[in-house]
Design a protein around this ligand. Sequence first.
Ligand code: 5GP
Ligand code: ZN
Length: 112
Amino acid sequence: MEDCIFCKIIAGDIPSSRVYEDEDVYAFDDIEPQAPVHTLVVPKMHVATLNDIDDNSLWNSMLKGIREVARIKGIVESGYRVVVNCGEQGGQIVMHLHVHVLGGKRLDDKMG
Ligand code: 5GP
Ligand code: ZN
């Protein structure tokens, strides 16, 4: 999609630090990490928000991407947090669905 920063990253028009990629998803490190591990998993297809997933297989692919990122980053055993911000009050800034995978330290207890 034109003017979508994550579509540009997927296309390689904006550089990113790639962590994992398959047919359906792309994962790259967040530019402003909130934890030692902070990787974003995004669908290659432009989907704006969690509300816009109408194919459950896409969510399965996202889940696989999340688990691959945790494996690659070595945080499967220590544990990690998965966050999806959805819409304005959910704090979503980039309108291309993305899952934050956070870990590498003891994360805050606060969720909101
Ligand atoms: P949101 O608040 O929409 O859930 O999170 C968007 C995330 O995208 C933020 O954590 C922000 O740091 C990250 N981000 C925004 N622009 C870029 C970029 O150009 N490159 C990378 N790697 N991350 C970005
Ligand atoms: Zn997009």
